[in-house]
Design a protein around this ligand. Structure first.
Ligand code: ADP
Ligand code: MG
Length: 588
């Protein structure tokens, strides 16, 4: 280890000299406390180091040790159910060593070194293998099978391999050949480098989230990218949590980037208690949490996004569908801004560094549906969903703008909606998705040919509602024709009975695609039936007073195993209108 000396300390930034043998992005250890840092700039023999721990009490003259390797994380059994900080130090282990508050310079292994895992080999001696090939499996918990892959860069013929009980650090197979080497259950990867794939493909299948406004109106594809911008309190974190809980991904990687100190504590406490609706097991059995609260050093926040996406890529490489949530990328961008300021770089828009947009783009570009490495042609997907918290909710600021230029789905949260307790407060008039056409094909085949037709009709009603309401404001509701008044009733029903979804109500928190379709279909049938009534001389207020409307309002609380009730309501509606016509269709 080569030693340099600290020249100055400015918060999380340390400048050291005598570092001529080090390189940008090398990890260093600062002072005898061995604080972990990373070189972010080199000028001659001077290194600017961002330190991932509190630098109070550290000063000029103290040593800096270079490690000669980039910031890397450990990938292997033990990741799942793990809770880590931004540079993958396990929060539990840190707690055990240091009490509730993190002290400095504690070097704990990233993955548990003592625990033994049952490895079942699926390849044998003499098999030819290449990078990414699966050579065996570890059943990590009841629901998750960890595939052990030939590390990237290795290939050749298997010289030895054995099933059995191993720690992550023990050799389970040896590969012969020019690019041969040892395979352990664990591999390392530098977080700032995307893990390579064979080929990126066009995402086509929706990530089903059970959230009506998302799945029906603004779906994201598996392997897609989405952003959730919104002001403080508009529901970004609740949406992210809902996705983490309900999205039909095999693995969820949740990165909490210090919005509020206690918010991550909530996640850390709540997630282990949640039941995975697909398996009945704890949700943590398919989840990795990376937590940086605002009281942790700013640089670790910067790293946490890369740590998270690297973990996500690793599971994608096994052939799984992975969803990564980052809440909030604005806090991450602020960390970038703070480090840039301390480096005295030329500031760009609002003090953010000029490379802000390219960093955001690089992050989202690591998402995708891909043919992954290995000879078996498997596919894996990584969906990336980032919350953005623009100050004051104004998305003209740099982080929102840079994000919107790159992501394909925009779920715009709206202060007015959340104030009116319309949740999720996703504004249907300005949100969008670029996956609609592909996903529609899937929905047409798997749910109904009317799925997309109904959505288009509902969207058209909602945008018409916006202009009708303008007219109502000027001249009053009575001046509208019966048909226009009906439109207002139906669009209100779409908003309240379909789009609003209570995350905290057990019957409503998750809604299957089938149920989503049936509810919307029922609401639109009401418009059809009301029109039929009007055409046959029934008064509008008679139709609006039908008792069955009450049932439409409560349709979303019908349990998933009683969906036939939704069809019964539709029958009841048609019958009620028929009766109305028969009884009183003589007004005309
Ligand atoms: P943000 O992360 O944007 O600051 P939160 O996600 O913490 O906002 O949401 C703020 C509050 O809004 C929540 O505590 C909750 O009361 C309410 N809320 C948000 N989304 C929903 C929802 N889908 N259902 C019910 N309440 C919600
Ligand atoms: Mg939040």
């Amino acid at each position: 280890m080569k030693v340099g000396k600290i020249l100055k300390v400015s918060g999380p930034l340390v400048v050291a000299q005598g570092m001529d043998e080090a390189n940008v992005y090398d990890v260093v250890e600062v002072s005898e406390d061995r604080l972990i840092g990373e070189i972010i700039e080199m000028r001659n023999d001077r290194a600017s180091i961002q330190v991932y721990e509190n630098t109070t009490g550290i000063g000029p003259g103290e040593p800096v040790y270079t490690t000669g390797s980039p910031l890397s994380i450990e990938l292997g059994p033990g990741l799942i159910e793990g809770m880590f900080d931004g540079i993958q130090r396990p929060l539990d282990a840190l707690k055990d060593k240091a009490g509730d508050f993190l002290t400095r310079g504690i070097t704990v292994p990233r993955l548990n070194r003592e625990k033994k895992w049952d490895f079942v080999a699926t390849k044998k001696v003499g098999d030819k293998v290449q990078s990414g090939d699966i050579i065996g499996e570890v059943q990590e918990n009841k629901v998750f099978k960890h595939k052990i892959m030939v590390p990237i860069g290795l290939s050749g013929t298997i010289k030895s391999i054995s099933s059995g009980s191993f720690t992550v650090d023990e050799v389970v197979a040896k590969i012969d050949g020019e690019n041969g080497g040892d395979v352990k259950l664990m591999q390392k990867w530098p977080v700032r480098v995307p893990r390579p794939v064979k080929e990126k493909l066009d995402p086509i299948k929706p990530l089903i989230t059970g959230q009506r406004v998302i799945d029906t109106f603004f779906p994201v594809a598996k392997g897609g990218t989405a952003a959730i911008p919104g002001p403080f309190g508009s529901g970004k974190t609740v949406v992210q949590h809902q996705l983490a809980k309900w999205a039909d991904a095999d693995i969820v990687v949740y990165v909490g980037c210090g919005e509020r100190g206690n918010e991550m504590t909530d996640v850390l406490m709540e997630f282990p208690e949640l039941e995975d609706p697909r398996t009945g097991e704890s949700l943590m059995k398919r989840t990795v949490l990376i937590a940086n609260t605002s009281n942790m050093p700013v640089a670790a926040r910067e790293a946490s996004i890369y740590t998270g996406i690297t973990v996500a890529e690793y599971f994608r490489d096994m052939g799984y569908s992975v969803a990564m949530m980052a809440d909030s990328t604005s806090r991450w961008a602020e960390a970038l801004r703070e480090m840039s300021g301390r480096l005295e770089e030329m500031p760009g828009d609002e003090g953010y560094p000029a490379y802000l947009a390219s960093r955001i783009a690089e992050f989202y570009e690591r998402a995708g549906l891909a043919k992954v490495l290995g000879s078996d042609d498997r596919e894996g997907s990584l969906t990336a969903i980032g919350a953005v918290s623009p100050p004051g909710g104004d998305i003209s600021e740099p982080v929102s703008q840079a994000t919107l230029r790159i992501v394909k789905v925009f779920w715009g949260l709206d202060y007015a909606l959340s104030y009116a307790r319309h949740f999720p407060a996703i504004n249907w008039l300005n949100s969008y998705t670029l996956y609609q056409d592909k996903v529609d094909e899937y929905l047409t085949n798997s749910i109904s040919k009317d799925f997309a037709i109904n959505r288009k009709r509902a969207m058209a009603l909602l945008s018409e509602e916006a202009s009708l309401l303008e007219i109502v404001k000027l001249v009053g509701r009575d001046s509208l024709s019966d048909l226009d008044q009906l439109k207002l009733e139906v669009s209100k029903s779409i908003r309240e009975d379909f789009l609003q979804q209570n995350a905290f109500r057990p019957e409503d928190t998750y809604c299957s695609l089938e149920k989503q379709f049936l509810i919307l279909d029922l609401i639109l049938s009401f418009e059809d039936e009301a029109k039929r009534a009007l055409e046959n001389g029934v008064y509008l207020n008679e139709v609006l007073a039908l008792e069955v409307r009450e049932k439409i309002t409560r349709a979303k609380n019908i349990p998933e195993d009683k969906l036939s009730e939704l069809k019964n309501i539709k029958t009841e509606l048609v019958d009620a209108v028929t009766t109305l016509i028969e009884e009183g269709g003589s007004h005309a």
